[in-house]
Ligand binder design. Sequence first.
Ligand code: CTP
Length: 399
Amino acid sequence: MLKGKKILLGITGSIAAYKAILLTRYLIKDGCEVKVLLTIAAKEFVSPLVLSTLSKNEVFSALATDNQWANHVELGRWADVFLIAPLSCNTLAKLANGLCDNLLLATYLSATCPIVLSPAMDEDMWLHPATKRNIDIVKQFGNYVINVNSGELASGLFGEGRMAEPEEIIDFLKSKVFRGSNLSGLNVLITAGPTYEALDPVRFIGNHSSGKMGFALADAAFMEGANVTLVTGPTNQSTSFAEIERIDVVSAKEMFDVCMARFSSIDVGIMSAAVADYTPIFVSSDKVKKKEDSWNIELTKTKDILFELGLIKRNNQFLMGFALETNNELENAQAKLSRKNADCIVLNTLKDKEAGFGFDTNKITILHKSGSIHNFELKSKTEVAIDIISFIHLNLNNE
Ligand code: CTP
């Protein structure tokens, strides 16, 4: 989601500067290009060598060295975002008043990109009316300000003023600064994971679905501005954004009930769950004891959620199904597309190496009801999810 983004990271003199080292590492891992700008005071807390090694870039600090002038305008123009983390009380006051006595401040004053500030200071400083006023002023200038956390402070006191954790800062960049708008205002319902069909209080029939694809789709839809509801069977996945509404279910019946209740207010439905096709007719209320040599379990069909939603789908609703096939893939997927009245079907085949259940990668083909077929390369599930969401966006506009 942050891949290819150019982040200019400004670090000021605060004990929280140690977190900027981890932040740099995470940004690089997410595929960002990072350039670091340190104030003189920040050098007391973190070494330029560590930051240049992690960012794979020269670290900037002085406005000018003996024979070179640092081009602050170029730095500001290069960045997609200028993130100042930690922002000390002193630098905050300078930003609020337009002071320009170091490279970081000169860059701030000339930057044309969005600016994100992550303050860090002791509680007394944080609560001081001057600081509150300065925070209000920099917000009025249009800068983003990330909330401070409560907890143990450098002074040994407990209270407000801790800098946000690196993970929280990265989530902020994704969800506030770089969130797209292709699905803005649309309600998207996604099913994910397996379902478990109980046999008794301790046993169930399930499948190997990890839920990774559905969770990646929820993140990708959210990143394009959608209001996302994720209905998931049992999985250890987690969503990246607190704003995604997550509804945990266990059985196919529970997943069906939630989807039916929600569908009328949905614009886009993406049915990526591996829903059990059959469920035991009889569920024992006590644990079944090991008495007989064999145990015959009678199963009955579950409701097909995609099929039932296809029956009640309005023309302005877009419905996407998935098909996991092992043979006659295209033919079977085509049959599912028309039988279930979907707008498109995402086909996975277990024949493709490193694709589907359990893997972090997937290789898909999308069949559209118009008859068009779209093949995609083997990619990470995060990238596949982005492809699927942009396919939906393009096809929503072409309806
Ligand atoms: N599906 C569903 N509810 C079910 C079964 C499947 O919503 N009870 C949805 C899946 O989420 C997927 C699509 O239907 O989007 C196809 O699922 P799949 O298991 O591939 O197909 P089935 O219809 O179950 O057919 P088969 O198992 O015979 O291939």
